[in-house]
Design a protein around this ligand. Structure first.
Ligand code: IVH
Length: 681
């Protein structure tokens, strides 16, 4: 028995199904973005999904769920950070992509407030990470991320080092609490310089400035923040008893308080035609601006009008974002190639007819993962749209279906590893990652494992780059890292590119690598999710591999940087017989699987009493935290900045260049970890 005519039932049923699909997709992309810092879809396409869901929910309100992604902003709190409640919720803005939508926003605001003279303040929408600065009696108290909008992570430890976040406000009138809202960003130039350095070092390139900022703020590593030169773009001032009555005046106040402002980039607009001019101006000029902007924000200028307009559960009714569509260009898809990473993850890459985009020639586009490949439904020779967005790696965002030849062949992933030809796995049907599980036989994985083992932060084997490894592997001379230690000059003689001198140097570097400390060897094993920092952390607590093999998941998770995923990965690694055999072979070759220094019990000695230390860089026999504990356990004091009161700078690999410079200026003695140990023993 139904009260609805059949058509309505159909509509409702279809809407319900579509809502379910959209909810799943949006949640999935949100999780990838916020938990894994991966953008598997362009911002534009993502917004389209959210828009479709919101529209369906508006049409069928009874189908709207309380936990719908349209009702949530941002991410959930991150492990290792203190959670802080926001005094004023950190909402997000509703997005628009057309002037019609902006006009509708202005029209609606005027309709709600018919008898007032509404004007607008237009600002750049900086593509970074939203942060809130809490000042108490003029002193920076806390820096907090947006989180889920209600509570965020306390990132004061890293964020207070950002240029343009004053530790003390100027002027005396602000004795109470105030909050400054804004966007932490990395300039285009600094991002490119960092990636150029990464390329030189053979490291994986960073995807875009925004993810880099997010990662930097969450490293818990103040040094990194300084090195990466983050900036802060303030756009809001909040407080209980503020008498400043407009958005424009509040931004001017921020200047008086000591913030460097980007005021010349914003504009007070009296009407829609001035807003349209502003949008057009920045559409044309944004590429010359050294900060990534993904749109502009239009705000009702008068604060009392803002209050009168209020907000919805998610966003204010007094502001709207106009988002620029990323530049895109059409080209032909030649084929899809599949790359197999060191841990077996398969990544599809589109090979394109070279095309000019945003000042560079684009030949390839990332397809991210198999799910995205399937979602795009690509055919050979398709005409595809490619865009760069904020990312350095271009992506395919759409297909010109009208140009598809009727007999064109659909590109499907065959669930076979492109390197070893064996069946792939998709361990979690919700996650789009396909793996080749043949870690010990798949050539692509074996080669990458050797490349990783020899790399700078692992065993640092000079003269053993990817090209040489490829030759050694293809000639069946080296199939695993352990076999490097059995290489003989005779086997290399006569190979193209191997002169006598080169052979000697290579063998010497391989021999030298036997002196590498346990932390580097552990990192070199290439255990999934165990980076150089985590390896250092593990070694500081498990001075021998035998201790580590015995460790339970719970014990591993007690380490500061180790979450469930890392702990499970470590346990799984040592469960595999092949890995144990490999470790034994490396051990037989003379590599270190123990660490001379044990974890430091507290209050060991008073030898460093009255001495003040700054610690910088990556250490061989300590994680940075355990080095600090070691200093404190022996009576020393740790501070973060060099000044004339500092006695020693303990510098590891890659110390902050500013620290080194400051140490010179203040004549602070620079020592390494061995010298520090010598001072104590
Ligand atoms: S005003 C209620 N102004 O855009 C939100 N936001 O979804 C008030 N953003 O992550 C935000 N530039 O951090 C505002 N000039 C600007 C902005 C801006 C960038 C970010 C904001 C948030 C997102 C809005």
């Amino acid at each position: 028995m139904s009260h609805f005519p059949p058509d309505d039932i159909m509509d409702k049923e279809m809407a319900s199904q579509r809502i379910e699909v959209l909810t799943k997709q949006i949640n999935h992309y949100n999780q990838l973005y916020f938990q894994n810092a991966q953008s598997a879809i362009s911002d534009y396409d993502f917004d389209q999904l959210v828009k479709e869901l919101s529209e369906l929910e508006a049409e069928f309100p009874h189908l709207k769920k309380d936990n719908s992604p349209t009702q949530q902003v941002g991410e959930s709190p991150t492990k290792g950070f203190t959670t802080v409640w926001h005094k004023y919720p950190m909402q997000s803005l509703s997005n628009s992509y057309s002037l019609e939508e902006v006009k509708a926003f202005v029209y609606k605001a005027k309709k709600v407030l018919p008898n007032v003279h509404l004007t607008f303040f237009c600002e750049l929408k900086v593509d970074g990470i939203a942060v809130s600065l809490l000042y108490k009696k003029g002193k920076l108290d806390k820096v907090v991320t947006r989180g889920d909008g209600k509570q965020g992570d306390d990132i004061t430890r890293t964020a207070h080092l950002i240029d343009n976040i004053p530790l003390h406000l100027k002027g005396k009138e602000f004795v109470d609490e105030i909050e400054v809202r804004g966007e932490a960003f990395m300039s285009k130039a600094d991002f490119q310089a960092l990636n150029a350095q990464y390329k030189k070092q053979g490291k994986a390139l960073l995807a875009n400035p925004r993810n880099t900022v997010a990662g930097t703020l969450k490293t818990l590593d103040p040094e990194l923040v300084k090195d990466r030169k983050l900036g802060f773009f303030p756009y809001g001032l909040l407080g209980e008893h503020l008498t400043i009555t407009t958005q424009e005046a509040r931004l001017h106040t921020l200047v008086q308080l000591g913030f460097k402002m980007f005021l010349p980039t914003s504009r007070h607009c009296a009407d829609i035609s001035e807003i349209t001019d502003y949008i057009a101006y920045w559409q044309a000029h944004k590429k010359h601006f050294d900060i990534n902007i993904d749109g502009i924000v239009i705000k009702v200028n008068d604060i009392k009008h803002q209050l009168a307009l209020g907000h919805t559960a998610k966003s204010p009714r007094w502001a709207i974002a106009y988002k620029y569509k990323p530049e895109s260009v059409a080209t032909t898809l030649k084929k899809v190639r599949y790359q197999v990473g060191r841990t077996g993850v398969i990544t599809p890459v589109a090979e394109l007819e070279p095309v000019q985009l945003d000042g560079t020639i684009v030949k390839r586009a990332s397809l991210y993962n198999i799910e995205n490949l399937n979602h795009l439904d690509l055919h050979i020779n398709d005409t595809v749209y490619v865009e760069k967005g904020g990312d350095i790696i271009p992506k395919i965002t759409g297909i010109v279906h009208a140009k598809r030849a009727p007999d064109s062949v659909k590109i499907t992933f065959e669930k076979k590893c492109p390197s070893c030809g064996q069946a792939t796995l998709q361990p979690n049907p919700q996650a789009p990652l396909h793996y080749c599980p043949h870690t010990h036989t798949c050539p692509a994985q074996l080669k990458s494992q050797i490349i990783h083992f020899a790399s700078r932060h692992a065993l640092n084997i000079k003269h053993l780059g990817p090209k040489i490894i490829e030759v050694l592997f293809d000639k069946n001379l080296v199939k695993t890292p352990a076999e490097l230690y059995h290489l003989e000059a005779k086997a290399l003689e006569g190979l193209a590119g191997f002169q006598q001198k080169a052979i000697e140097k290579l063998l010497q570097s391989i021999a030298n690598s036997k002196k590498a400390p346990f932390a580097k060897v552990l990192f070199g094993l290439g255990i999934r999710h165990v980076g150089a920092t985590v390896a250092g952390e593990i070694v500081a607590h498990f001075p021998s591999i035998d201790d580590l093999i015995q460790a339970t998941k719970e014990v591993l998770m007690d380490l500061p940087d180790v979450g469930e995923e890392i702990a499970e990965s470590v346990i799984a690694y040592f469960k595999e017989e092949e890995n144990k055999i490999h470790i034994q072979k490396l051990r037989n070759a003379g590599l270190a699987f123990t660490q001379a220094i044990k974890t430091m019990p507290f209050a060991q000695s008073t030898r460093l009493r009255k001495k003040t230390f700054v610690v910088s860089g990556l250490f061989e026999t300590f994680s940075r935290d355990s080095l600090k504990t070691y200093i404190k356990a022996n009576g020393g004091r740790i501070v973060s900045a060099i000044s004339k009161k500092v006695d020693y700078l303990v510098a590891g690999e890659n110390p902050g260049p500013q620290k080194i410079k400051a140490a010179e200026v203040f004549r602070v003695q620079v020592i390494d970890e061995n010298a520090l140990r010598a001072m104590i023993s």
